[in-house]
Design a protein around this ligand. Structure first.
Ligand SMILES: Nc1ncnc2c1ncn2[C@@H]1O[C@H](COP(=O)(O)OP(=O)(O)OP(=O)(O)O)[C@@H](O)[C@H]1O
Length: 228
């Protein structure tokens, strides 16, 4: 189903407390394949909740999410984990690299979890590091011996090693200074051309890197506005 969007939400609601009101309600929304979207919104508006739903670490209270036209949120946890590992890359705010493993081992782990033969992906890793302007001699050093900016690039390489159709990026630049931030954005958008990307950030200065921008509002705020 190559014409189906990367991800689609249909009649999705989510409540942390099943007896309470939902924190998120999305009747119909999709991210087309290859589209890069910048998402901002006030603290508490539901951005992280949405990322977790798209990544399958949370499942909707009602409605459903499809990935590449196939069932996703309704899958049993183990199959959802496998679909995530194969089709979704995630760049976390805190990188989430395994500090005592090498750069290569961190990236290869993502290939392993996607069921790939990770012993034969050295070429892919070297090519990615090169595109990310990371010197090849960083391949075998411990992740925690790199600079913050370099660790962030390794986290992009890990997210992209399986050529995911969907890339979820959560506040990736908050630990970087302005120069490193601009370099990061340039390198990210140039290597992620084949993936749909949802990029979440509080930094409005980054929106210019995207053709499409969205702002999330909390359901509470939307309700208050409707009533006033
Ligand atoms: N684990 C949780 N249990 C209960 N409520 C939660 C939980 N996580 C988030 N919430 C609530 O859900 C709503 C949306 O939170 P979420 O973290 O998704 O917002 P956000 O836009 O990502 O905020 P921020 O920009 O501060 O990270 C908020 O009202 C928040 O208090």
């Amino acid at each position: 189903m190559s014409d189906s969007p990367a991800v689609r939400l249909s009649e999705v609601t989510f409540a942390y407390d099943q007896s309470g009101p939902p924190v998120l309600a999305i009747p119909d929304w999709s991210i087309p394949r290859g589209e890069h979207i910048f998402l901002s919104g006030d603290s508490g508006s539901g951005k992280s909740t949405l990322l977790n739903l798209l990544g399958g670490t949370l499942t909707p209270s009602s409605g459903n999410i499809t990935l590449l036209g196939e069932a996703f949120s309704s899958l049993p946890a183990r199959k959802r984990d496998a679909a995530r590992a194969t089709h979704i890359g995630v760049v976390f705010q805190q990188f989430n690299l395994i500090s005592y493993l090498s750069v290569k081992q961190n990236i290869a782990a993502a290939a392993y979890f996607a069921g790939r033969n990770y012993r034969h992906i050295d070429g892919d890793i070297i090519e990615l590091l090169d595109n990310l302007h990371l010197p090849a001699n960083t391949l075998n050093v411990r992740a925690d011996s790199l600079s913050v900016g370099q660790q962030q690039r390794v986290s992009i390489a890990r997210a992209l090693i399986n050529k995911p159709e969907l890339l979820l990026v959560d506040e990736p630049t908050s630990a970087l200074d302005t120069r490193a931030r601009d370099a990061f954005m340039e390198v990210l958008t140039s290597v992620a051309t084949n993936s749909a990307m949802l990029f979440v950030s509080h930094d409005p200065g980054l929106a210019d890197n995207f053709k499409k921008t969205l702002t999330m509002r909390s359901l509470n705020e939307a309700d208050k506005e409707r009533q006033s």
